[in-house]
Design a protein around this ligand. Structure first.
Ligand SMILES: *Cc1c(COP(=O)(O)O)cnc(C)c1O
Length: 370
């Protein structure tokens, strides 16, 4: 044994550079009741049909799930008119993002995401041994030219959350197509559409049609947001056949559990419930944006089910103090310092009660003498 041999197992250097993901807090420090507006969960909960389907699974807990989540893939395919063979389900879309990184990024390769983009991309790139490349945004929005300027011969994957979390902003489909057209065919473009169902804009698309007609675009989606099933961990990818095949090689053989499969099938079939959730968001997203802007705060224009609130320096009030004040009064929001937005807070659109309370509390916080 050489003298320099390490005294304990060594993770690879990429792993050493990862800062573990810190989820939104669940508990308020005060208040009679807690309103959790920190993880973009829907205030309407899941479809009642999903709850009912889930109850039936209790009698079959000893059985392995069907490994390819075929029922769920078929239900998703029927809903969107897709080929079920090109859908791969995952234990949340986080699972699929990780698998894409592991399958397509080698040590020394680069992968691109935007400066205020979803934190999971950086973690997945490093876990695969790749080099994360964060590119600047313009007005808290992904900038196609900035992404293209960062592409090198080492680039293997571009991750784009559209709309993005935590900014809530989106890139119009024409721009996504321009990005795709300028990428070499060996570069994989990952379109993360976690909030796609909320977007009501004519110039938006989650990118399904781009996946259908190309070999290097993958779209990921989730049941954690509008479907209200975050606890069950259900995500799916729509991918070119070759990419779906590679994902199926590297995924866990039973990566989607039986409860997730049955609840997911029921949820995707309940389009009325999805519509109701989107309508709720359409009503409260503009209201929150208006009310909070009127308090002298900056609200990034969002098309998702959350808003990014920024505290202008001139007011002398900080996001940190606001977060503490809200929490002391029962409202839990998300600090976004880890997303390079130190003076911002992300707030999920909640119930009417939660939304009104938050606006009232922010008003009191802003008008209080320091
Ligand atoms: C919430 C979210 C996801 C979904 O993660 P799941 O693992 O499916 O719960 C994916 N991407 C973004 C940008 C998100 O905000």
């Amino acid at each position: 044994m050489s003298a320099q041999a390490p005294i304990r197992p060594q993770a690879h250097p990429g792993v050493e550079r990862i800062e573990a993901y810190v989820p939104g807090k669940s508990q308020a420090t005060g208040g009679a009741k807690t309103f959790k507006l920190s993880s973009n969960e829907t205030p309407l909960g899941p479809s009642p049909a999903a709850r009912a389907a889930l109850a039936k699974i209790a009698d079959h807990l000893e059985d392995y799930p069907e490994g390819s989540a075929e029922d769920l893939r078929r239900a998703i395919a029927a809903r969107y008119g897709l080929d079920p063979a090109r859908i791969v389900c995952g234990n949340g879309s986080d699972d699929l993002l990780h698998l894409l990184a592991v399958a397509y990024i080698r040590p020394g390769d680069e992968a691109i995401f935007t400066r205020h983009g979803f934190l999971v991309y950086r973690i997945d790139i490093l876990a695969a041994g790749g080099e994360p490349v964060a590119v600047p945004e313009t007005n808290y929005t992904a900038d196609v030219d900035a992404i293209l300027a960062a592409v090198t011969e080492k680039t293997r994957v571009v991750f784009l959350a559209n709309p993005n979390n935590p900014t809530g902003t989106y890139v119009p489909f024409e721009e996504v197509k321009r990005l795709h057209a300028a990428l070499s065919p060996h570069v994989l473009l990952v379109l993360d559409g976690a909030y796609a169902e909320y977007v009501r804009r004519n110039d938006y698309s989650s990118g399904m049609e781009l996946v259908s007609e190309s070999e290097n675009v993958v779209m990921t989606r989730t049941f954690s947001k509008i479907h209200g099933l975050a606890s069950l961990r259900i995500g799916w990818a729509y991918a070119p056949a070759a990419v779906a095949d590679r994902l199926n090689r590297v995924r866990g053989p039973f990566n989607v559990n039986s409860a997730a499969i049955v609840a997911g099938v029921a949820a995707i079939g309940d389009t009325a419930h999805v519509e109701k959730s989107a309508d709720h968001n359409d009503r409260w997203l503009p209201w929150l944006t208006e009310q909070i802007t009127a308090l002298g705060l900056e609200v990034t224009p969002s098309v998702a089910n959350f808003i990014l609130i920024r505290f202008p320096e001139a007011h002398g009030k900080t996001a940190k103090d606001a977060e503490a004040y809200l929490s002391a009064n029962g409202v839990v929001v998300r600090a976004v310092g880890a997303y390079s937005i130190p003076n911002g807070l992300r707030m999920t659109v909640g119930t009417e009660e939660a939304n009104r309370l938050t606006v009232e509390l922010l008003g009191r916080f802003m008008s209080a003498n320091r």
